[in-house]
Design a protein around this ligand. Structure first.
Ligand code: PEP
Length: 250
């Protein structure tokens, strides 16, 4: 079964209306393909993007609550109204800086799906965990927290494997390291639902750029990327989008 590719841009707390225009212009020049592009700008820029772009949009996080007295939070419905169809859940920066634990990540993902947003679930190990050979244990725990009790959520999710040590460091996982870990993730997902595991899009994230993306996209279990820093450069991001469509796999 051939999975169609997906490239997501995580702008974090960067960007401007000028960058919205530049990104829209750069991506509009790409040839039509089966690639899904999802840009996740700061939420304030979502309506602006909706006015000028045809690709999909996403939030960078959401509240696990439907509504209420939660100052500064954004619900799934508010994100949708602003133009989002996707939402990043459990990014390592949220896990670390905002103390989002596995239980909260699971609640957020459940809320996203209930509202009709497609969650991009981020999982990944720290450098210390990799050095202690705990990568598989950590990833299994992060996945189990979400899917073990609700395996039906898997068919509605995208997974992003983002080794924490590779995010924003310029040090990407090697294609071989990434493929081995993606293969483990897909095998683990099969415990919840074999069909959904085969169909699941598993993105790689962590210092992806125009120079290293082609080798990553050649790997059998890498279905695209979640791109941070390089997604702020329209021409480079467009090159990454082009590379994934050119790296057709068996
Ligand atoms: C990210 O923040 O999800 C990310 C992968 O960032 P970068 O591409 O800059 O490593």
């Amino acid at each position: 079964m051939q999975r169609t590719p997906l490239i997501a841009a995580n702008w974090k707390m960067h960007g401007s209306t000028a960058l919205v225009q530049q990104m829209s212009a750069a991506l509009s020049e790409l040839p039509p393909t089966n690639l899904t592009i999802v840009v996740c700008p700061p939420a304030t820029l979502l309506p602006r993007f909706s006015q000028v772009s045809s690709f999909a949009l996403g939030g960078q996080t959401l509240s696990h609550e439907v509504s209420g007295a939660y100052t500064g939070e954004l619900s799934a419905e508010l994100l949708q109204e602003a133009g989002a169809h996707y939402v990043i859940v459990g990014h390592s920066e949220r896990r670390t800086l905002n103390n989002e634990d596995d239980a909260l990540v699971a609640a957020k993902l459940e809320r996203a799906v209930a509202a009709g947003l497609i969650p991009i679930l981020c999982i990944g190990e720290t450098l210390a965990q990799r050095q202690q050979e705990k990568t598989e244990q950590v990833l299994a725990q992060q996945l189990d927290a979400v899917y073990a009790s609700q395996p039906e959520l898997l068919a509605k999710s995208v997974i992003a494997y983002e080794p924490v040590w590779a995010i924003g460091t310029g040090e990407s996982a090697t294609p071989e390291q990434a493929q081995a870990t993606h293969a483990f993730i897909r095998q683990h997902l099969a415990q919840y639902d074999t069909q959904s595991a085969v169909r699941a899009k598993i993105l790689y994230g962590g210092s992806v750029n125009a120079g290293n993306c082609a080798a990553l996209f050649q790997q059998a279990d890498i279905d695209g990327a979640l791109v941070g820093g390089a997604s702020l450069k329209p021409a480079e991001f467009a090159q990454i989008c082009l590379a994934v469509t050119q790296g057709a796999k068996e």
